[in-house]
Design a protein around this ligand. Structure first.
Ligand SMILES: *[C@@H]1O[C@H](CO)[C@@H](O)[C@H](O)[C@H]1NC(C)=O
Ligand SMILES: *[C@@H]1O[C@H](CO)[C@@H](O)[C@H](O)[C@H]1NC(C)=O
Ligand SMILES: *[C@@H]1O[C@H](CO)[C@@H](O)[C@H](O)[C@H]1NC(C)=O
Ligand SMILES: *[C@@H]1O[C@H](CO)[C@@H](O)[C@H](O)[C@H]1NC(C)=O
Ligand SMILES: *[C@@H]1O[C@H](CO)[C@@H](O)[C@H](O)[C@H]1NC(C)=O
Ligand SMILES: *[C@@H]1O[C@H](CO)[C@@H](O)[C@H](O)[C@H]1NC(C)=O
Length: 599
């Protein structure tokens, strides 16, 4: 029999075993190895469902803020119309979409009504095995303050899909569908209908804050002041915000996140040939009044329940020239003062652009000048007036001479302090050095491809090492520079607090991996653990008041033309829309819970 033969083979193998060490006898043999369990079933701690209800704006202010004759209406996709006498009728609504139709890949998902949430199965909340990883050492008393704002984020244009449903018109973001080879956001994560489940999933993980954004062209399909409000859009976000509160999740609400209405670039019906070609509409002469009107409608409907408002995400990228930037500064200030004048008790800010520039050689003054110039462009255009009450940086105004105008004393006084905290998206770091021939020569030569910023970002240091571990986008794993970035902003703009309003890591090649591998996303966990360790170092060792940290992103989403860059703490099956928690979600939340913060 086979069994006997097998035993014979084992016996023969034993005969060749190594000799026992001197002194050892058969009776002193070591006990045989026993396995112990390395994992145990432990679950994520969900949010308490009854968070105290705070009112952030008096109801009298909310009704006072809304236009006296608020006209609401609804529009439908796929309806032929010829009501051209109505400037905001169905025919005009159809005309907004017409240029997109031949160029945008249209698809849908099988469900097109709001899906009721179901309880999160406990099996999906079991903690992953411990990675054993820690970054540096933290004394046990280096904890987060109890009111630390931690959460996850995503933006409407990147997760909602349902682009033409319930009255929405196109936004400038939808232009990215036109780029050759781009994937469409027509479905994205279908969050427009699945938001209840998405919020339930965030709450089940014990996350107290959720950064979400409202699509302007859902609220005001014709964008501008005086145009009718879309009732279905108002009702939708009302329910999104109420669902958050019902689950004990506090909403941080952004008004614009790269998705200004198409209306502001329509300019006679022409479709711009590239994204940002008309500065996302921010340079439009109707932009400021329209933005303030939109903010008024949002605050008038949701102001009581929103603790933190973000006027605009990364305006440096959204307004491609100074005309747009001046408009953004003005709109931000008007919205800020409107809110405070009406007795708003929440916080208002805008989000600064990402990435820190460090001198390639910190001992070389030209490199230091180049790094400072990099920050002056990315951050200073907004932060100088808003945090310091000063004009735009000289490096900007003396280069963009045709676009610059001196901000008046009145403007500077009105802009100063129109952000309650410094919001920054510090994903990554880049080295910066000066251009060939120097900064000054470049700044005087608008034909130089590096003009107007006139610095050279580079990723390889003088010793031939790349700055950090690469990802599937422009993010490099660079925790060693995080602390100096926070200190740089703290020293330069002197805010009362800093919020890390986005950070995240699109793991290399994750989109190619099977789901089981995607879930074991160790590099993303390392990113969060190391960056959050540095947050605690900033707070306790440097006295930098960091008030919050929001992970980008809650879900794998549409990253501006592609689904291949996975930033998500959850995977999304592109066919079934099923969401799956990744280990980084557990490690991100676990870090806060292990260091004194909780829902
Ligand atoms: C949109 O599609 C039309 C018709 O196919 C084409 O002529 C036009 O060039 C496209 N526009 C862009 C910006 O790709
Ligand atoms: C933590 O404790 C150490 C002594 O063990 C002390 O030096 C340090 O100041 C404490 N830090 C905080 C933030 O309390
Ligand atoms: C500016 O915005 C208005 C809507 O407020 C729009 O009618 C106009 O076409 C836009 N101008 C340009 C140049 O796109
Ligand atoms: C600084 O770096 C630049 C190149 O960016 C180089 O031309 C210059 O000689 C360096 N200066 C010193 C003092 O090393
Ligand atoms: C400023 O405008 C003038 C006239 O339009 C043009 O010749 C010049 O190149 C512009 N300068 C810059 C720095 O853009
Ligand atoms: C998505 O779901 C479908 C249907 O269950 C499955 O066949 C497919 O493998 C899933 N995709 C991934 C990446 O897991």
């Amino acid at each position: 029999m086979k069994t006997t033969a097998a035993i014979a083979v084992l016996a023969a193998a034993g005969a060749h075993a190594a000799p026992q060490p001197a002194g050892a006898t058969a009776t002193q043999a070591r006990p045989s190895y026993t396995f112990s369990a390395m994992t145990s079933v432990r679950y994520a701690t969900p949010n308490p469902r009854t968070s105290p209800v705070t009112t952030y704006m008096p109801s009298a202010s909310m009704s006072a803020i809304l236009p006296s004759k608020l006209v609401t209406t609804t529009w439908k996709k796929g309806v032929d119309a010829s009501d051209w006498n109505n400037p905001y009728g169905q025919a005009e609504w159809n005309r907004r979409w017409a240029p997109f139709m031949p160029n945008i890949s249209i698809s849908t998902f099988s469900i097109s009504t709001t899906v009721a949430p179901t309880p999160i199965p406990s099996a999906s909340l079991i903690l992953p095995p411990d990675s054993g990883f820690q970054y540096g050492t933290l004394e046990s008393n280096m904890t987060f303050p109890s009111d630390f704002i931690f959460g996850v984020s995503d933006s409407a244009g990147q997760i909602e899909g349902a682009l033409q449903d319930e009255g929405r018109t196109p936004s400038v973001l939808d232009y990215l569908n036109f780029a050759p080879g781009s994937e469409s956001n027509y479905v994205a994560d279908w969050n427009y209908y699945l938001y209840k489940q998405d919020i339930a999933r965030i709450a089940a993980m014990g996350v107290p804050y959720y950064y979400l954004t409202i699509s302007w062209s859902r609220i005001l399909p014709f964008g501008a002041k005086g145009t009718p409000v879309n009732k279905e859009g108002i009702d939708h976000y009302n329910d999104v915000i109420n669902t958050c509160l019902e689950y004990g999740v506090k909403p941080i609400v952004a008004m614009v996140h790269a998705d200004e209405p198409y209306e502001f670039v329509m300019g006679g019906g022409d479709v711009p040939d590239a994204y940002f070609s008309l500065n996302s509409g921010t340079a439009n002469t109707t932009f400021v009044d329209s933005f303030v009107n939109y903010a008024r409608i949002l605050m008038g409907h949701y102001g009581d329940r929103v603790p933190i408002w973000i006027t605009v995400n990364e305006p440096f990228y959204e307004s491609g020239n100074l005309d747009g930037a001046y408009n953004m500064l003005e709109a931000n200030a008007q919205i800020y003062h409107m809110y405070k004048d009406l007795g708003g008790k929440g916080m208002v800010s805008y989000k600064n652009a990402d990435n820190f520039g460090v001198p390639l050689n910190p001992n070389n003054q030209s490199d230091v000048a180049a790094a400072n110039r990099f920050q002056e462009y990315l951050l200073g255009i907004y932060s100088n007036p808003i945090f310091l009450g000063e004009d735009l940086p000289e490096s900007v105004t003396s280069t963009l001479t045709n676009q610059s105008k001196k901000l008046t004393k009145e403007q500077l006084a009105r802009y100063k302090g129109t952000a309650d905290f410094y919001a920054i998206d510090p994903y990554s770091t880049t080295f910066v050095t000066q251009p060939p021939g120097g900064i000054d020569a470049c700044a005087n030569d608008p034909s130089n491809p590096l003009w107007p910023m006139c610095v050279v970002p580079t990723l390889i240091d003088d010793n031939n090492w790349e700055i950090g571990f690469y990802s599937a986008s422009n993010v490099y794993y660079t925790p060693t520079y995080f602390r100096s970035f926070m200190n740089w902003m703290w020293d330069t703009y002197k805010p009362s607090g800093i919020m890390v309003s986005e950070f995240g890591y699109p793991a290399w090649d994750e989109a190619e991996a099977p789901l089981a591998n995607q879930r074991q996303d160790l590099t993303r966990s390392l990113y969060y653990i190391s960056y959050l360790t540095e947050v605690l170092n900033c707070i306790h060792k440097d006295g930098v008041n960091i008030i919050g940290a929001l992970a980008w992103s809650a879900l794998d989403d549409w990253e501006f033309s592609t689904y291949a860059q996975h930033f998500g703490l959850q995977a999304v099956n592109r066919t079934t829309m099923e969401r799956t928690y990744k280990r980084s979600f557990f490690d991100f939340v676990g870090f806060f819970q292990a260091h004194g913060a909780s829902a």
